[in-house]
Design a binder for this molecule. Structure first.
Ligand code: SAH
Length: 396
């Protein structure tokens, strides 16, 4: 764990800034505990409704101001305090200074797909860098968010994993990525919606940087803020929220117990322990069978179908026999509980691996389907701007 700042860091960062990119972790090494760093400032989005009323009272304001502030932030997506005209000037200043500190500053914005895919690189209060990706489709808007700066899970085919873990993000830092995207869409800055289609963010996927279940409480807080009805939260349906994990089994069970019907995605990438030990090093802790059993239990409790993510890597994990084995493992655990979402590997810098050939993918998919398990090849966006799955590395 690198918790000291190397002497070579650029002078532009504040003194307590973590290095933007840590030394690459040795193969297979897992990092569960984020290095201790200064906490991001407290923000309205970190707090539930009761805690907001309390915070507002502590500032010497009437508790109902908490609701007014929440309406501005979550419902109207206001970011300029001057527009909060129902708050007297002095209160407005006090409340926004204490509860709406700026947490993300945009360093770079890149777009592709005619402007309907937008990747933003954000600088956090301490100089740490994260990325989020906004994808507008004719009928929906999806935001892919980061939950950690970097990642400790060290999957060798993922650019984020190669950079190591800088730190956990706070609940508000996660929520702010969605609010920023929601504002951009609401202000007409993102083309692509069908006329008359919703211009609200309806889907949030925890598939940006980081392992969400390794930053459990901040992520759960963010899910609550995203799904709480306005003005307590953004009012996004829990069904529209997907938490993607390498398979931290105890955390999957804990999530199942929260009573939030979010969609779980399990990054499997191999049906056999031997290969998965290499591709997803957490497999040395929780084996394929244990991860699948946990996913199955999640369905039992939540009623939500799980998706299995599988990046198809040429000549590594794309053999038809592996498709067959995967189909068998899934079918053995019941019908209708799961679907498989293969995705051709997105290239990452320095990796020797590439995507499978289309006909090889087809044979892999057929081998799974033969067991009655539904499969859809994942649509991938943002490759041209290194914004696709596994390409987020947050280099400035
Ligand atoms: N840590 C979480 C979420 C982040 S990654 C997880 O691993 O599930 C989101 C998805 O992108 C995961 O399934 C991940 O395995 C996949 N991914 C990573 N690198 C990729 C790459 N180079 N090409 C395609 N998918 C990739």
């Amino acid at each position: 764990m690198a918790s000291t700042t190397p002497p070579s860091r650029p002078a532009a960062r504040p003194d307590d800034a973590p290095p933007a990119v840590l030394a690459a972790p040795a193969p297979g090494v897992l990092t569960f505990t984020a290095p201790r760093r200064a906490k991001p400032p407290r923000h309205l989005a970190d707090l539930d409704a009761a805690a907001r009323a309390e915070a507002v009272t502590e500032l010497g304001e009437k508790p109902f101001r908490a609701r007014q502030l929440s309406v501005h932030y979550f419902d109207r997506l206001v970011d300029d305090p001057a527009h909060m005209t129902d708050l007297p000037a002095a209160s407005r200043e006090r409340l926004t200074a204490a509860l709406l500190p700026p947490l993300l500053s945009a360093v770079r914005r890149q777009e592709c797909d005619r402007g309907t895919t937008v990747k933003t690189l954000w600088r956090l209060f301490d100089g740490a860098l994260v990325e989020s990706v906004l994808m507008r489709y004719p009928d929906r808007v999806t935001v892919c968010v980061s939950s950690q700066a970097g990642c400790g899970m060290n999957c060798p085919f993922c650019a984020t994993g190669q950079a190591g873990l800088t730190r956990n993000m706070s609940t508000a830092e996660i929520v702010e990525q969605v609010v920023a995207a929601a504002r951009a869409v609401a202000r007409g800055e993102v083309p692509g919606g069908r006329p008359g289609a919703a211009d609200r963010v309806g889907n949030v996927v925890f598939m940006g940087m980081g392992e969400p279940l390794a930053n459990y409480s901040a992520v759960l807080g963010a899910v609550r803020r995203l799904t709480d009805p306005a003005p307590d939260g953004l009012g996004i349906s829990a069904r529209g929220v997907t938490v993607s994990t390498v398979g931290l089994v105890p955390a999957i069970d804990r999530l199942a117990g929260e009573g939030l019907p979010v969609t779980l995605a399990l990054s499997l990438h191999a049906p056999d322990d031997e290969l998965r030990d290499e591709l997803v090093p957490i497999n040395t802790r929780w084996r394929v069978a244990e991860a699948l059993d946990a996913a199955r239990r999640y369905v039992e409790v939540s009623g939500r179908r799980v998706s299995i993510e599988y990046a198809l890597i040429r000549d590594v994990n794309d053999q038809a026999w592996r498709g067959d084995r995967l189909g068998r493992l899934l079918a053995a655990r019941g019908r209708g509980w799961v679907h498989v979402n293969p995705i051709p590997l997105n290239p990452t810098p320095g990796s020797k691996w590439t995507a499978s050939d289309p006909h090889v993918m087809d044979r892999f998919v057929e081998a799974i389907r033969a067991h009655g398990v539904p499969v859809t090849i994942r649509d991938t966006r943002g490759k041209e701007i290194d914004g696709a799955c596994g390409q987020l590395a947050a280099a400035p």
